[in-house]
Design a binder for this molecule. Sequence first.
Ligand code: NAD
Length: 434
Amino acid sequence: MKIAVMGTGYVGLVTAAGLAELGHQIIGADKDAEKISRIASGRVPIYEPGLDELLAANVRKGRLSFSSDLDAVTREADVIFVCVGTPQHDDGSADMSQIEEASRLIADNLNRYKLVVEKSTVPVKTSHWIKRTIGLYKKTNTDFDIASNPEFLREGSAVSDFLQPDRIIVGVETERARDILCGIYSKFKDRLVVTNIDTAELIKHASNSFLALKISYINLISNICEKTDANVEQVAEGMGLDPRIGGRFLKAGIGYGGSCFPKDIKALVKIGEDLGVDMSLLKQADEINLDRIRVLMEKVKQALWILKDKRIAVLGLAFKPETDDIREAPSIGVIRELLREGARLRLYDPQAAENMKSLFPAEPERLEYCASPYEAAEGANAILLMTEWPEFAGLDLNKIKAALANPIMVDGRNVFEPAAVRKLGFEYYSIGRK
Ligand code: NAD
């Protein structure tokens, strides 16, 4: 069986490499020919731990290849995993134009039975639109099935998430589709959850929105902690020990970002509202998240008062550690606000600086990209920590302090222990704790 993976972004590349690792014959395809030629020549366009090695090993074993000839790939494939983007429209709804484009491509090239698997995150009922589109445009009387197999990988640990999944959701409406998809994942048969397609689609949006809700909940609690003597880390620990709650995703900070939570929560709000369901619970969670930038900026102003011409070191640009992805990163909102106030910024991130340069190009005297945290701290009036990269926890704080003009730290991710940092002579601000 030949499997095509349509779209070789974060999800598509990991899916292609992961399915090849399971022993399948995979062709990764993308409409971006330049991206494909980079990947084919061994240059992986994203930073994802372990992905380079997994791709290279499977290309070497002859199980994985790449092509930008979308028609040929589609004709050759028995199963097509659709991993194209589903970005956000201004009204919060998901932009499904890439899904429609992929559906029409499949319709044009439906030369024999194919199973079309939605892996992209899509609104519930999308499969009906894909089915209708393929049915409307197909040129032959050939059968096809649709299935939903939402992806739960987390950037930064995507390879192990794919190869050691908690669960694999298989949404199908025919036995043939179920047998093919369960067969592809037979190695994980104890973790397969088979549902109908609407359910599978909704599981993905409901999961991401719940995790976002959990983060906003602890951030709301952190606001109360800041007005009292409560410590949000201890509140979260005490809550999380209850197995009904669990400790994960209870980390107070400057909020969630990335290409999934912000857009998926908005998409679910839109889906619910279109269906006449009151979605104010999730709307509020998203508003709490947006408000995190204000909370952080208040701390910066509490420390520095007037920001004009102040030099500020910003450590961490990626929306989370172990990725170069800056989509919807909280750092973007903070950098924008700091620049608006006239601050001079010195930015550092272990992997995401190149991506950030496309949004905020370097400008002499106003915005500089630095080669290390210590260089960023050089002459700065304060240091802001925006992403909890492991290397930041291991910083030599004495060296940082010596580099800073003023020993002020605003820790947006609660990486450090307040007492320890203050003992070194820092004026230290963090989230939800004194
Ligand atoms: P991405 O933007 O990194 O990649 C999408 C790729 O699809 C791009 O390379 C683009 O060129 C290609 N493409 C677009 N239209 C195409 C077409 N018609 N034919 C072939 N290729 C086409 O996006 P991503 O982060 O990989 O996300 C893909 C989907 O997976 C989204 O729905 C997203 O919500 C979902 N998802 C993402 C993550 C994540 O952590 N990034 C996790 C789970 C689910």
